[in-house]
Design a protein around this ligand. Structure first.
Ligand SMILES: [Zn+2]
Ligand SMILES: [Zn+2]
Length: 314
């Protein structure tokens, strides 16, 4: 249907995307039905909209948007909200119109103040540096820690990384200001807040920040060794901030929960797809890695202590 050139219907489709932070195919159906009804001068029903229609509108939109550093990207939710207490069998693909510029934080400048953006940067540093070590790939921030980051002193930050000390002079926010920024980031679809009160990047946030995260947090240390804090799923090649990891700390083997079963079925064994070691199944990436450490610290002595000391281990 969109094959006959770029027209008002394509523009309306992009407008609809700009008005929302994300859309699934199901959510796009009524939007496309309305757009096509207007275009064709007859009623097009939601049920008539196919995935092929959706895809062709996305392709046309991306061709038109690329000169403006914008792109409609899609991803699956790494930890889709449970349906009746169970992980959904077929979580929907999530589409978002994202900025492809090298500094996506700059686009926050239209709606956030410089101090607020500095706070967002401290949140991201906490997720991807402080709470993302060799021993604990948390990639999330507790509500308490998020509020502590309202202050600019940067206590949570590892001072060993030279280039980041300049952030310590950034002005602070009050607790109330920090709370309202966090709320806004959740409402706008950048962050998600879990039932336990942990903040992490949403699917849209990850799509938007993908390149920036790699540029910012994957680097060489003083000895010239590559430090890849942002890691990718061996199966689907997307960033893993929630999932499982290989037992071998030096192995880059990471898998999303949803990608594990397929991977094991295809390779006919429950081993790491990279180093072939037995897959542990209880080594997590994400909030679960952090809450496992909390439990360890409260309960068992030796294991707990060992893990608690891990904050500075990288
Ligand atoms: Zn995956
Ligand atoms: Zn491995």
């Amino acid at each position: 249907m969109a094959g006959d050139g770029y027209d008002d219907s394509n523009r309306a489709f992009i407008q609809a995307f700009m008005a929302r932070s994300t859309m699934t195919f199901e959510e796009a159906k009524p939007v496309l039905a309305a757009i096509l009804s207007a275009k064709e001068g007859r009623q097009v029903l939601e049920g008539d909209i196919t995935q092929a229609d959706f895809t062709s509108y996305i392709t046309a939109a991306n061709a038109a948007l690329s000169p403006f550093d914008l792109e409609i990207r899609s991803t699956l939710h790494q930890a889709p909200p449970p349906v009746n207490g169970e992980p959904p069998a077929n979580p929907p693909r999530i589409y978002a119109l994202v900025n492809t510029t090298s500094d996506p934080l700059a686009q926050l400048a239209t709606t956030y103040t410089a101090d607020e953006i500095a706070f967002v940067k401290r949140l991201l540093d906490a997720m991807f540096e402080t709470n993302n070590t060799r021993r604990c790939e948390g990639m999330a921030v507790s509500s308490m820690q998020a509020l502590q980051l309202a202050r600019s002193s940067g206590d949570g930050r590892r001072d060993s990384t030279q280039q980041q000390t300049q952030g310590s002079s950034a002005p602070a926010l009050s607790m109330t200001q920090a709370e309202s920024v966090l709320k806004k980031l959740v409402e706008e679809g950048w962050l998600e807040k879990s039932s336990k009160g942990y903040y992490s990047l949403s699917p849209r946030g990850l799509m938007e920040l993908r390149g920036w995260l790699v540029d910012t947090y994957n680097e060489e240390d003083e000895d010239g060794n590559r430090v890849n804090r942002i890691k990718f799923c061996v199966a689907c090649k997307e960033i893993v901030t929630v999932g499982q990891r290989c037992a071998n700390r030096d192995c880059p083997g990471r898998l999303h929960e949803a990608c594990i079963r397929n991977t094991f079925r295809v390779q006919r064994s429950e081993q790491c797809p990279v180093c072939k070691a037995p897959w542990p199944g209880d080594k997590y990436v994400g909030e679960k890695a952090m809450t496992a450490i909390e439990r360890g610290a409260q309960g068992r002595g030796r294991t707990g202590n060992e893990l608690v000391g891990s904050g500075i281990d990288s």
